[in-house]
Every structure is written in structure tokens, then in C-alpha cells.
Design a protein around this ligand. Structure first.
Ligand code: 8YV
Length: 326
């Protein structure tokens, strides 16, 4: 880095932890403040060597990265990085980092919260009290219970394992499907999702988004899950065929769903909004002040490590450090 401050582009919101963490050490470019974003990007394109990506729906695809010929690093907020074309980056000597680890327990807490809300209808019961309906009679007993359920986790990475530990403490049996069995994980492994969907009554999704998992929860899987089935999505909206899910909920092919993520966030299909038997969260798996600050800090620390000529802390598997430059 030869002592110079590298030019870093901030894509997305101006988060205080990120701006404060970087502004003294790098030359930070913030298009969100610019009156003409395109002109701004053009004016800095030849200088930018790193991009910090935070809280944005913008895609960091090949076309975008190509605009910055000196680009070396994309430091992305979030453990999921399906909005970044990491494969293309890896093939072009660009390192991509994400923010794993620091959010595991928070997301696992949310997963259990969403599961409990869906199974026991807690949001619906709360709405019942607020509507003054308790004066007229009891909230109906819920048909579903965790007591006789088996949860099939789709994905068994670090967050999946944190969820599984919590389910075990609740006395709920856990099995899982992933691309490969995870070493050191004792739960029953299903090589085929459809077989697991037949055997369990609750599916919880915690796999990465992207092409490899797109629409993996389709009409066939939902049918296999069956009329007592509950789907919990903590992964990405893209993992579920959303129209097929809506059909399955309408026809009672499955019993209910708890969704933290949607195909076109922040849009939630009207059909889901109108259903009383589903629970909908606004993608808040990791969203506490403490955890989001830790994630922001990791965005910063990856850039600072790279700027100091050291390996970035958390490169994604598609872009191992040191990068291969052609
Ligand atoms: C964030 C997440 O809420 O880390 C992830 O992959 O999905 C969440 O922690 C999300 O990235 C916000 O945009």
C-alpha cells in the first residue's frame, strides 16, 4: 500500500461505525451524498481500490465491479453475500469479505423466536388482546405445538448449529440437509431434501442464497412437508418458490409459515399480508444495535487489514487470500 491512503467507495447507507472507522485511514467516497450518482462514480472509477457495501439492495455484479479497474477488495456487510458476484471477483483477482461469526447467536435467537411465534401464534394472540377481544372470550387453543415436532434444518453452517443447540435445549429433535454432511455434527443427515421433507413436519431454512439454492423449496417439497407442516425461512427469499408457497398456504398443503425474508424485499406479496395463519418479520435476524455494530466493525476491520498490507480477516471461500492475479 506504500503509505498512501487507498480510495474506498461506500455503497449503501452511511453507517457511523463504518464512516468513523474508515475516514482517517482511507479516502472515503460516498455517492449517497452526491447530486448525480453516475457522474460521481465516473469521476472516481480509476482510483477506487476497495468497496465497502452496507445495508443496500444494490448488486455488486460483474458489470459494477468492472467499472473500477484498480479494484482489489469488496468488504460486504452481512454473512450472506449473494448480492456480490464472488465467483467473478475471484476470477479477476478481487477479494470479497463478509461478516460471519459475530451474528450467529443473534440470528439463532430470532430463528427460535420466529418458530415459537409461528407454532404458538403469539403475534395473533397479541393482536387479539389489543383488539379488546379477550373480554369476550379466550383466544382459541393453538392446534400446533413444538412438543411433537421434528425440525429439519436446511443448512448446517455456524448459524444452523447455533439454532440446533437451542432446539436441543427445547427438547426438539433435529435432523438436517446440506450439500455435504458437516464434520463434528451429530444430527441425522439427509443427502436428499425431499426425503427429509417427507420425514419431518417443520423445515427451517438457513442456507446461503444464490443460484445453488434458488427455489429449492418448491411445490414438491411443500407437498412432502404435508398438512401439519411449518416452514420457517431465515435464509433468503430466493430459496423459496414464493408463488408455490402462497399456493401451498392457501390450499392448506402446509399448515403455516414463519418468514423473515422475501423474494423482493421490502415488498411482501399481498396474499401473504392477508393471511392470518402466517407470521411475517421484516428481515430482522441480526438487527440489534450491538450485533449490527459488530458486523459494521468487521466491514471496517477487513478494509483496515487489507490497507495495512495484511490478509483481510474474513475472505469468502470463492476468493481465498492471497488473490490470484492474471
Ligand atoms: C442482515 C443477513 O440483516 O447477514 C446477513 O446475511 O441477512 C442479515 O444479518 C442483512 O444483511 C441486512 O441487509
Amino acid at each position: 500500500m506504500a503509505g498512501d491512503k487507498p480510495d474506498v467507495l461506500l455503497v449503501g447507507n452511511k453507517k457511523p461505525v463504518i464512516v468513523k472507522g474508515l475516514e482517517d485511514k482511507v479516502t472515503l467516497h460516498v455517492p449517497v451524498d452526491a447530486p448525480d450518482k453516475e457522474a460521481f462514480l465516473k469521476s472516481i472509477a480509476d482510483k477506487v481500490r476497495a468497496i465497502a457495501v452496507c445495508y443496500t439492495n444494490e448488486r455488486i455484479d460483474a458489470a459494477f465491479m468492472r467499472r473500477f479497474p484498480k479494484l482489489e477488495l469488496v468488504s460486504s456487510f452481512g454473512v450472506g453475500y449473494d448480492h456480490v458476484d464472488a465467483k467473478w471477483a475471484g476470477a479477476h483477482g478481487i477479494t470479497v469479505t463478509n461478516t460471519p461469526g459475530v451474528l450467529n447467536e443473534e440470528v439463532a435467537d430470532t430463528a427460535l423466536g420466529l418458530l415459537l411465534c409461528t407454532v404458538r401464534e403469539f403475534p395473533q394472540a397479541e393482536r387479539f388482546v389489543r383488539a379488546g377481544k379477550w373480554e369476550q372470550g379466550q383466544y382459541p387453543l393453538t392446534k400446533a405445538t413444538l412438543r411433537n415436532r421434528t425440525v429439519g434444518l436446511v443448512g448446517m453452517g455456524r448459524i444452523g448449529q447455533a439454532i440446533a443447540r437451542r432446539l436441543e435445549a427445547f427438547g426438539v429433535p433435529v435432523v438436517y440437509h446440506a450439500r455435504n454432511p458437516q464434520s463434528g455434527v451429530k444430527y441425522k443427515y439427509y443427502p436428499k431434501l425431499i426425503d427429509m421433507a417427507h420425514d419431518v413436519d417443520t423445515l427451517m431454512l438457513i442456507v446461503p442464497g444464490g443460484i445453488a439454492t434458488q427455489n429449492m423449496i418448491n411445490a414438491e417439497v411443500l407437498k412432502a412437508l404435508g398438512p401439519n407442516g411449518i416452514l420457517i425461512n431465515m435464509a433468503r427469499g430466493s430459496v423459496v418458490d414464493e408463488p408455490a408457497l402462497i399456493e401451498a398456504l392457501k390450499n392448506r398443503t402446509i399448515y403455516s409459515a414463519g418468514l423473515d425474508v422475501f423474494a423482493k424485499e421490502p415488498h411482501v406479496p399481498k396474499e401473504l399480508l392477508e393471511m392470518e395463519h402466517v407470521v411475517l418479520f421484516p428481515h430482522l435476524g441480526s438487527s440489534t444495535v450491538v450485533t449490527r455494530a459488530a458486523m459494521d466493525q468487521l466491514v471496517v476491520d477487513n478494509i483496515l487489514a487489507w490497507a495495512a498490507g495484511k490478509p483481510p480477516l474474513t475472505p469468502v471461500p470463492e476468493t481465498p487470500w492471497p488473490p490470484k492475479r492474471g
